[in-house]
Write a protein that binds this ligand. Structure first.
Ligand code: CA
Length: 227
């Protein structure tokens, strides 16, 4: 059982989501505007947030930005309009862990909630097992898996949650070609539209932050990180 915060101003959607999650044994809190949602999310006992983008007072992007800038790593699933690719990429770049295009069936959201809760539990367990100072490094790039900080040649760089996850998979598989499908699967989970260019967009972000030569494009196959 988890405590799930639903930040959604459309009462019909909020109650549909809350009812479904409660039926699966979770505890739910609903906030109908962004400011109230942020207060709840920062209160600390929330295991996952389902976040709408269009919200009164402060919108979902702003909420996410404030949540991450205050150090919260709580998993966030963003609800977006189905055809709004820009919104989706902006949300993921801003630190969302996943997105759910509207309209959606409850089963689709439920699958994502389960996946994100499982990953959050696994991350906590890994931290507990490895203790402090869990580092990955290759090619002058260092990732601290515990604090989620990244540095290049000793200089700290800001990575979003999604960029960090992508960097982590590259460093763990240095020297190997990773296909777009593998990267989508590892970093985005579930069935992100395979026609989406989200991987290429994020590789572009990473190159800008980690250095243009950090990641090589292997034509027709995918990407490779070289040590
Ligand atoms: Ca809304």
């Amino acid at each position: 059982m988890a405590h799930i915060l639903i930040v959604e101003d459309e009462e019909r959607i909020a109650s549909f989501v809350a009812k479904g999650l409660r039926a699966e044994g979770h505890r739910t809190t609903v906030a109908a505007d962004g400011a109230t949602g942020l207060d709840h999310a920062l209160a600390g006992d929330v295991d996952l947030v389902v976040l709408d983008i269009g919200l009164p007072r402060i919108d979902g992007f702003e909420l996410l930005d404030q949540l991450r800038s205050q150090g919260s790593r709580v998993p966030v699933i963003v609800l977006t309009a189905r055809d709004s690719v820009t919104d989706t990429v902006t949300a993921l770049e801003g630190g969302a862990d996943d997105y759910m295009p509207k309209p959606f069936r409850f089963a689709e959201l439920s699958a994502r909630v389960r996946l994100r809760l499982r990953q959050a539990t696994a991350a906590t367990a890994a931290t507990a097992t490895n203790g402090t100072g869990d580092q990955l490094s290759a090619g002058g790039i260092e990732l601290d898996l515990r604090t989620r900080r990244a540095s290049v040649a000793g200089d700290e760089v800001e990575l979003s949650a999604r960029e960090f996850a992508l960097a982590e998979i590259f460093l763990r598989n240095a020297g190997q070609v990773l296909s777009r499908e593998q990267l989508l699967d590892h970093v985005w989970g579930l069935d992100f539209d395979p026609g989406s260019n989200v991987v290429d967009v994020y590789v572009g972000y990473l190159r800008r932050k980690l250095g243009a030569r950090a990641i090589t494009t292997v034509r027709g196959m995918g990407y490779r990180f070289d040590r």
